[in-house]
Design a protein around this ligand. Structure first.
Ligand code: G3I
Length: 369
């Protein structure tokens, strides 16, 4: 494992970096007030992640497990108090919203949208076009290419229309590339060719012209073959006038792989295309049981991802993929790994939570977004 700098050293480094960026004037826009509390909303403490991030105009988000949200008061309280955006972890996916062909079930997603409204949060919609979590009627339906194109257009149009006006950012297309930069072989690529991506953005834009439309993927946080491929796609889409507004780098890290290569520079090159960027699914898994060096490495990864985002003005949100280890997707997919989140199994904040909090406290010189 690579040696990591301590939290304090990183935080001090961030302060110096930000000071250098801001220049002598160091002017920052006053933070929006969090004192006005809508009826039913949870109190937002001034030292919460969302309040601290609001001082530089950054949104801090979390993926939400709506089953837990409905049953666990502590989970609800933390979701509302600490985060200014929410992403449905599963309940806007096609498998959930249209389990039977032609019959929609928006109930869980609607509840989350209402929760967000009550608590002054924005919503990241996730996700319209993916190869995973598709309904069986679709994958086993033996549809022709023309029929699949029709069904995808209808799915995007119906879902975006249902939530029109309530979604800040949509993950329109998710995980369309392989790690070597080639396009992933999916039901959509086979049916429609590479042009399905541009079509998906156009259809989503028609249904909600005000939503910010994102391409979202993992292993594109740093410079490399996959992010190069996404960069080439983004550049081409922009040149063709396709309504794409942003790139989401998921940020699923693992301490055994070290930190992605030049993340800030990578985010900046997307920004230089006129796009927003976002960290959309941040978590940092490690082998269990967690050793002290691994925990320090997790803290450092959380901080460095936040720093990369803070230093790029176009980076508008930093979202963790759930906040409680008890509800993380990691252990079921990576047996023997876990502890990826910023709260422990009992919903107590971990060192990585305090690392993010401290980084935000020191970030007042970051460019306001
Ligand atoms: O809801 C059903 C339940 O009815 C059934 O009894 C149970 C049996 O397995 O499955 C439940 O569905 C599970 C669902 O999560 C809700 O808990 C699925 O099996 C399970 O596969 C699904 O996992 C989700 C995964 O995406 C699907 O690929 C994870 O929760 C979710 O965190 C994960 O999120 C993805 C992002 O969408 C895209 N980026 C990567 C990220 C992590 O894999």
């Amino acid at each position: 494992m690579k040696l990591r700098r301590s939290v304090v050293v990183l935080a001090v480094g961030l302060t110096a970096l930000l000071a250098a960026q801001t220049g002598a004037a160091g002017a920052t826009v006053p933070p929006p007030s969090h004192s006005a509390k809508p009826p039913g909303a949870t109190v937002v403490p001034p030292d919460s992640l969302r309040a601290l991030a609001s001082k530089v105009g950054l949104r801090i988000g979390t993926a939400v497990n709506t089953d837990v949200l409905a049953t666990n008061a502590t989970y609800r309280q933390i979701t509302a108090a600490q985060f200014s955006t929410v992403t449905p972890e599963n309940v806007m996916k096609w498998q959930v919203v249209e389990p039977t062909k032609g019959t929609y079930d928006w109930s869980a997603a609607d509840q989350l949208v209402n929760f967000a409204k009550t608590n002054g949060q924005l919503v990241r919609g996730h996700t319209l076009v993916w190869h995973s979590q598709l309904p069986t009627w679709l994958t086993a339906g033996n549809y022709t290419s023309a029929q699949l194109r029709y069904l995808l257009r209808k799915h995007i149009t119906d879902e975006v229309t249902h939530f029109r006006g309530h979604i800040w950012q949509w993950d329109v297309v998710n995980e369309a590339f392989n790690d070597d930069g080639t396009m992933r072989d999916t039901i959509w690529l086979r049916a429609m060719g590479p042009g399905y991506i541009a079509d998906a953005f156009r259809w989503a834009h028609q249904a909600d012209p005000k939503a910010l439309l994102f391409y979202n993927d993992y292993n594109i946080e740093g410079l490399g073959a996959k992010s190069d491929a996404v960069y080439a796609l983004a550049k081409q889409l922009r040149a063709e006038g396709v309504p794409i507004n942003g790139i989401g780098a998921q940020g699923h890290l693992d301490t055994k792989y070290g930190f992605p290569n030049q993340m800030r520079q990578n985010l900046q090159r997307f920004a230089d295309l006129g796009l927003k960027v976002a960290l959309t699914e941040v978590d940092v898994r490690t082998t269990l049981p967690v050793t002290t060096p691994e925990q320090l490495a997790q803290n450092a990864d959380y901080i460095q991802m936040l720093e990369a985002c803070l230093l790029v003005r176009a980076c508008i949100s930093y979202t963790v993929w759930g906040f409680g280890d008890a509800f993380s997707w990691v252990p079921s997919v990576f047996p023997g790994e876990g502890s990826a989140d910023i709260y422990d199994e009992n919903l107590q904040p971990k060192a990585s939570y305090f690392a993010l909090q401290q980084t935000l406290m020191l970030a007042s010189g970051a460019p306001h977004r």
